[in-house]
Design a protein around this ligand. Structure first.
Ligand code: FUB
Length: 470
């Protein structure tokens, strides 16, 4: 069996964080590149990319040609014509650097749809996709343009409408809940709802985690919490509902979770459901990655040689290719996922990432890939790196969160974060280890902060607050 987290964490705590580079500016992007607009309308879900609409709601496709776009931060205009069948046209909008207020609707029916949408950034999680109306269904808008180069709306909701921002003057609370402990948050945005999938801390001197919660809000102030999945969804698992991430592909929701494989060590399982809230079932019936598959991948003869198989993050790129990253104790692994989302394509590969400790979170913003990760050793900071490819190489750019204070006499606290956009505002989700509920290293509590991009693609450092204010 692989080494236990706590023992290794304690050992590594003695090691020092490699020197980090300064918070360099991101590479400059050229403004005004042509934007593509229009996206595949798959039954109204906002996925797909580039220049061509293949119709919505299962209707015959109209080929939708992206119109010319004015690149740049103000957003390009996407004019689309849907020809043929009942294909819908879509209005994609190009993304502003910081994402805008959401695109207006594109509509089309009966063969021709003219859509024009301006402003608004399409977010990874399906932000400002234009809605379609009329026969043929909706499409999620997508456009790249100029500096921003917004990405397709991954996980975009069915005809995701423009989302109202939180009410001015409203105020949230950190941590989000104080009646139960929650940890290892991963955001997922669909339509106008912000979901956080996280674990449930039930231990005192070690991790005791047997189930996962889903937290949900449409205004970032009022949150609900529901039990989303228990360990027993996986028949081959006996402990550790650790840090996972849910993504959407097609009409299915795939939740990648690290769990303890009975008789072995930590492994990555995949659950699948028809909703981000479940119910979920085991998508494979065995681990996606475990010590055995890692040993085979690298030709190791001892499980102790394998990376720590925890903390999966999955990102689906604009072209539909999904990437899995995972790892801990300084070793990050990258791989491509198959179109079925439950197979590895090619080899697992370790990838260097300066200061990496654990908790990778892969995303894309303005055409650049971002890895957000816990850095150093516990108490870890939250740092980020960028790359022009989802497979690196990665260049560390800066720090988003300093190490959070722990509770005296307890093990050093973990840190774990992810980011996502809703209604033009980006957020960081993370967990506190010294919250107001008698918290601690094994009694963590999920919190949310606003995240701000600089115009050069760097991320502003965040100071934990008592709650969001709008
Ligand atoms: O919750 C168990 C472990 O603690 C996670 O897998 C790590 O990311 C750290 O938060």
């Amino acid at each position: 069996m692989k080494v236990q987290y706590r023992l290794v964490a304690l050992a590594l705590a003695a090691a020092s964080l490699p020197a980090c580079s300064s918070d360099d500016a991101a590479d400059g992007n050229s403004a005004g590149a042509a934007a593509l607009a229009g996206s595949a309308g798959r039954g109204g879900s906002g996925t797909g990319a580039g220049g061509r609409s293949t119709g919505g709601s299962g209707n015959a496709a109209g080929s939708s040609q992206a119109g010319a776009a004015n690149g740049g931060a103000t957003g390009g205009r996407a004019g689309t014509d849907g020809n043929g069948g009942a294909g819908a046209a879509s209005g994609g909008s190009s993304g502003a650097t910081t994402g805008g207020a959401g695109a207006s609707a594109g509509s089309g029916a009966g063969g021709i749809g003219n859509a024009g949408a301006t402003g608004g950034g399409a977010g990874r999680m399906g932000g400002a996709g234009a809605t379609g109306s009329g026969a043929g269904g909706a499409t999620g808008g997508m456009a790249g343009g100029g500096v921003a180069g917004a990405s397709a709306g991954q996980g975009g909701g069915a005809g995701a409408a423009t989302c109202a921002p939180p009410a001015v003057g409203s105020k949230g609370m950190n941590p989000l809940f104080t009646d139960q402990y929650s940890a290892d948050p991963a955001p997922f945005v669909e339509g106008c709802t912000f979901y956080i999938h996280c674990g449930h801390d039930e231990g005192s001197t070690d991790f005791v985690m047997r189930e996962w919660f889903v937290l949900k809000s449409s205004d970032m102030v009022n949150w609900t919490r529901a039990l989303a999945m228990k360990l027993n969804v996986f028949s081959w698992v006996d402990a550790n509902s650790w840090a996972g991430q849910l993504v959407k592909k097609g009409s299915k929701y795939y939740w990648y979770v690290p769990v303890n494989q009975r008789g072995s060590g930590m492994a990555i399982g995949v659950a699948v459901g028809d909703s981000p809230e479940g119910p979920f079932t085991d998508a494979i019936g065995h681990p996606l990655v475990d010590d055995a598959s890692e040993m085979e991948n690298w030709n190791f003869d001892d499980p102790g040689q394998t990376p720590f198989t925890i903390d999966p993050t999955v990102f689906i790129d604009d072209d539909g290719q999904a990437y899995l990253h995972y790892g801990g104790f300084g070793r990050m692994v990258q791989a491509k996922l198959g179109d079925d989302m439950i197979s590895i394509v090619g080899k697992l590969a370790e990838q260097g990432l300066q200061g990496f400790f654990e908790a990778p979170f892969l995303t894309k913003h303005a055409g650049t890939y971002y890895e957000i990760y816990a850095a150093g050793t516990n108490p870890a900071t939250i740092d980020y790196a960028t790359s022009s490819s989802p497979l690196g190489p990665w260049s560390r750019k800066g720090r988003i969160l300093d190490a959070l204070p722990g509770v005296q006499g307890q093990d050093a606290p973990t840190n774990h974060a992810g980011i996502a956009e809703l209604a033009g505002q980006w957020y960081l989700v993370y967990h506190l280890s010294n919250g107001p509920n008698g918290g601690g290293t094994y009694k963590r509590e999920v919190a949310v902060e606003k995240l701000t991009w600089n115009s050069d693609g760097t991320i502003q450092k965040i100071t934990p607050s008592g709650g969001l204010t709008f």
